[in-house]
Design a protein around this ligand. Structure first.
Ligand code: ADP
Length: 550
């Protein structure tokens, strides 16, 4: 005989249904609270907003009277109350501080455990006497985490005894950790904001004009000195591509050229403005140091521009003085030379005499060479006697290369020529141009180690003919680059066994400028340098590049 299944009565079905829908509503409320906190965490970097949103969301889904959030202040060794909701007393304006390790909260931080108590009355673990006044009877303290550490405590309290369910504790744990992440983000944000305002203060108090761009050449930073030097407001520059920036055309062209250079080296150049001011610019790529050096791509460019008019004026005074001294020294040196030569002829047979006179003659010759270089410089700068004719650039390079070749071979170096078959002519003085290019080649030969590689390149770009001499020698520190073309300047830390007067590059600069061109240098310490000359072309034809090793 089969049993008739028990039919539930309608009342109990309704009751069960009601319980289920209440349960579902509770779950939905909990989920929505979690969502509210998650949204606040991801949308706001304002810590107070996030903390208050979290407290309100908690009190909506857990039927207790009050909630608070305390954060660990490691430097002070305290737990500090930062937000509260529902307490009678204000514990936030003058924040309540509990020494780390004390009371219930100390236990929660030290053990990274949730602490729940359904009846607090008279509990000796209560560290803060003021809480006795609150008449709290039930409490749950939940640790908040960020980056694997306890960074604070979320506390919920009730004036009546209350049993927290496992579900409620789970919701509190999730919200506590979301707030922990928000807290971490807010701290990072604050510290980045602080660093960025400190950096801005430094940038604005430097005497150099600084402009930075992103890797597409769009200006993203202009400091106060740049505004002053260019007579422009930041808002007129920031956001513009450099090619459209209302800077002096010569400066803008120089900056753009430097940024288009391959290899990410520092580039230095000078421009003279129409009002007579001299500007010196150094353009450097910006790298993220998080990437290994081999994978680094420039994330942008930074340009430091200095008004060096006063330096140029001082240099001019020095140049005038040296020129006068060189003139005055020339005659007495000639007399000394003649006297020593006569002495050698007269007494050269006597023992030891010829050697001593030779030492004197050598010194006088060196001094004469120095004076000749100085007077050459004066000569070039005056422009007097400059014999300008069309100079075939390939012919010029071939002559210089042929003459430097023995010295290159002696140091077992390789000379690579990347020179097109045909190059346009330069309107200029072959002798002076020969001297300038030879100086660059001879420096590359002198300063590059034995077995090194020296490259001569020539090409046409933007109506300029470029002749460059590159090497894989020691390179030059960025701080020395702006001064290299000054007379007598020698890089302090370079091997000074290598003889030199510090006049070679000054001669190159003068020659090139007399031809309406400009010089530039790019260098990376430990990797090598490129010294270049750019000559403006008027009726030139562009040659086809080809590479060859000489
Ligand atoms: P110097 O007579 O000293 O060679 P220059 O005017 O030709 O004078 O060069 C100035 C300084 O620039 C040199 O003393 C050297 O420190 C540096 N220099 C020039 N060319 C190079 C190069 N190719 N590599 C490294 N340093 C260089």
């Amino acid at each position: 005989m089969s049993e008739t299944p028990e039919v539930p009565d309608v009342d109990s079905l309704l009751q069960r249904n009601q319980q289920l829908s209440q349960e579902i509503r509770r779950r939905v409320d909990q989920l929505s609270a979690l969502n509210t906190v998650a949204a606040a965490v991801s949308q706001s970097l304002d810590l107070q907003v996030t903390l208050q949103t979290a407290l309100r969301a908690i009190l909506k889904v857990i039927p207790v009277d009050s909630a608070g959030i305390s954060l660990v202040d490691e430097a002070a060794g305290e737990l500090v109350l930062r937000a509260q909701h529902g307490w009678r007393h204000d514990f936030v304006t003058q924040p309540m501080r509990i020494p780390l390790g004390k009371g219930m909260s100390g236990y929660v931080v030290a053990n990274d455990e949730v602490l729940v108590t359904g009846d607090l009355s008279g509990d000796p673990r209560l560290a803060v006497p003021e809480f006795a006044d609150e008449g709290v009877q039930a409490m749950a303290l939940v640790p908040m985490h960020a980056r694997g550490r306890v960074v604070g405590i979320l506390s919920v309290m009730n004036h009546q005894p209350y049993q927290f369910s496992d579900d409620e504790i789970s919701v509190l744990r999730v919200i506590a950790d979301q707030v922990g992440v928000a807290l971490d983000n807010a701290r990072l944000y604050e510290s980045i904001k602080e660093q960025s305002s400190r950096l801005e203060a430094i940038l604005n108090s430097t005497g150099d004009a600084i402009i930075a761009t992103d890797n597409h050449g769009r200006i993203n930073l202009v400091n106060a000195t740049a505004e002053h030097l260019f007579g422009l407001r930041r808002a007129e520059l920031v956001g513009l591509p450099l090619r459209q920036a209302p800077l002096h055309p010569k400066l803008r062209a120089g900056l753009r050229r430097a940024m288009s250079e391959e290899g990410g080296a520092n580039t230095v150049f000078e421009v003279t403005l129409d009002d007579g001011r001299f500007l010196s610019a150094i353009v450097s790529p910006v790298y993220s140091y998080q990437e290994p050096e081999s994978d680094r791509q420039a994330e942008g460019w930074v340009m430091v521009v200095q008004d060096v008019t006063h330096l140029r004026q001082a240099e001019q005074t020095r140049v005038n003085f040296i020129r006068d001294a060189a003139h005055d020294l020339r005659n007495p040196l000639g007399v000394t030379m003649n006297a020593l030569t006569m002495l050698k002829e007269e007494f050269g047979q006597q023992e030891g005499c010829a050697e001593i006179v030779d030492i004197g003659l050598q010194g006088v010759r060196r001094m004469q060479a120095l004076i000749d270089s100085l007077l050459n410089l004066e000569h070039i700068e005056s422009g007097v006697g400059l014999q300008c004719k069309p100079v075939d650039a390939r012919d010029l390079i071939e002559r210089c290369v042929a003459d430097i070749r023995p010295a290159i071979q002696q140091r077992k170096q390789t000379l690579v020529c990347e020179v097109p078959e045909s190059l346009p002519s330069i309107q200029g003085d072959m002798n002076w141009l020969y001297r300038a290019l030879t100086n660059l080649l001879s420096n590359a030969n002198k300063y590059t180690q034995e077995g090194g590689v020296i490259t001569v390149r020539a090409y046409v770009r933007d109506d300029d003919l470029f002749i460059e001499v590159g090497d894989n020698g020691p390179g030059i520190p960025a701080e020395d680059l702006p001064r290299l073309f000054e007379r007598f300047y020698r890089v302090p830390d370079l091997d000074h066994e290598i003889r030199g007067s510090g006049l070679g590059l000054a001669i190159v600069k003068s020659v090139v400028e007399q031809h309406g061109g400009r010089v530039f240098v790019q260098s990376r310490l430990g990797q090598g340098s490129v010294f270049g000359m750019a000559f403006p072309l008027s009726n030139a034809q562009q040659g086809q590049p080809s590479a060859q090793t000489v």
